[in-house]
Design a protein around this ligand. Structure first.
Ligand SMILES: Nc1nc2c(ncn2[C@@H]2O[C@H](COP(=O)(O)OP(=O)(O)OP(=O)(O)O)[C@@H](O)[C@H]2O)c(=O)[nH]1
Ligand SMILES: [Mg+2]
Length: 270
């Protein structure tokens, strides 16, 4: 666990999937050294499980207050916010650039970009003509609701508005942080391996959609799409899955349609 994020809280806080070893429950026959046992679900050197839980709860309780403020702001304006999460390099920004092209004519768009350093991604977004605010988290490994609240003050928010939030590339910690968003999309690319939903279950359990990206590379890989689908559904049985290529544009229309349907579902229409 990183020292600032309380990323283990989901284990004892909200009943997310716990998969161990080969995924058949607690099984120590493989002699794995498991630091995820105990109430906190994580070990911090020199700190008791109870103290760890207290700190995590405190961090996430304060985050929840900011998340609710963001939600209230978004609901009052009628803007729809989508949180995009993945490990570094899965193709979040490339997917956003493609999706902007698909939705730009119909929606008023804005993007909040999260990275530890640089404004490279915000600059890529601005080249499309869409306003973008870059958040640099420094040593932080995730966006939190307080950061996003400041960014929301800088983007146009109105009915028919769609705000994309690209989280810091990290398949672990961002899962624990509610940003006040309307929907969460986890992006996995085919170069990462089909086992990722089982290895990082909190991220997939917390998602409303999984986008499997870089499908153009499938002919060059031994990635098993159906095994990946099964792994994701084991963690989150209701998870819709779209297969796309942000490089070629395949599947982008389906992704755009999912976003529009989701916005309509929560009463935020263009
Ligand atoms: N072949 C292929 N490459 C892709 C695709 N999508 C993205 N890439 C490439 O993957 C690399 C990373 O893409 P980004 O869009 O920067 O990924 P990201 O998730 O935004 O990365 P971070 O913001 O650093 O976490 C770039 O070289 C992209 O050109 C795709 O569908 N197919
Ligand atoms: Mg990016």
């Amino acid at each position: 666990m990183c020292t600032v994020c309380g990323c283990a809280t989901a284990r004892h806080g909200d009943g997310h999937a716990h998969l161990h070893g080969n995924g058949h429950g607690h099984d120590h026959r493989d002699h794995a050294i498991d630091f995820g046992e105990g109430l906190a679900g994580v070990t911090v050197p020199g700190m008791s499980q109870e103290r760890t839980i207290t700190i995590e709860r405190d961090i996430l309780a304060r985050n929840a207050i900011h998340a609710q403020a963001n939600r209230d702001l978004l609901d009052a304006s009628g803007a729809f916010a989508l949180n995009l999460l993945s490990s570094p390099g899965s193709g979040k920004t490339t997917l956003l650039v493609r999706t902007i092209a698909a939705l730009q004519d119909r929606w008023s768009l804005a993007v909040i970009e999260g990275d530890q350093q640089t404004s490279l991604d915000a600059e890529r977004i601005r080249q499309t003509g869409v306003p973008a605010v870059q958040i640099n988290t420094g040593k932080g490994c995730h966006l939190d609701a307080h950061m996003v609240g400041h960014a929301l003050d800088q983007v146009p928010l109105d009915a028919g508005g769609l705000v994309f939030i690209e989280n810091v590339g990290n398949l672990v910690c961002p899962a624990a942080f509610d940003l006040g968003e309307d929907a969460r999309v986890v992006v996995l690319s085919v170069t990462e391996g089909e086992d990722k939903p089982l290895k990082y279950p909190d991220m997939f359990a917390a998602a409303d959609l999984m986008v499997l990206n870089k499908s153009d590379l499938l002919p060059h890989l031994d990635f098993d799409v159906e095994a990946c689908r099964a792994a994701a559904l084991r963690v989150n049985p209701d998870l819709p899955i779209l297969i796309v290529s942000a490089r070629t544009g395949a599947g982008i229309d389906a992704f755009a349609a999912w976003i529009e349907a989701r916005a309509a579902l929560v009463g935020k229409r263009r």
